[in-house]
Design a protein. Structure first.
Length: 67
């Protein structure tokens, strides 16, 4: 049919949204800080529960046997 445009041409003509570089850097920085804070929080919870950083130490074994 005359007058119809192929979908690929429409996709090619439509400009992609331009995202500034600073926005991308800021978004990745915020996401990295969120992930890092969750990792740090889980590490702190494990240290508080076991009472030590090393799981095989004596204090962790005492905590597990007493509780």
């Amino acid at each position: 049919m005359p007058g119809t445009v192929a979908p690929s041409v429409i996709v090619a003509v439509t400009p992609a949204p331009v995202v500034p570089a600073w926005f991308t850097v800021a978004w990745f920085t915020v996401a990295w800080f969120i992930v890092a804070s969750f990792m740090l929080a889980s590490f702190v919870v494990v240290v508080l529960l076991t009472g030590t950083i090393l799981p095989g130490s004596r204090r962790a074994d005492e905590w597990q046997t007493c509780h």
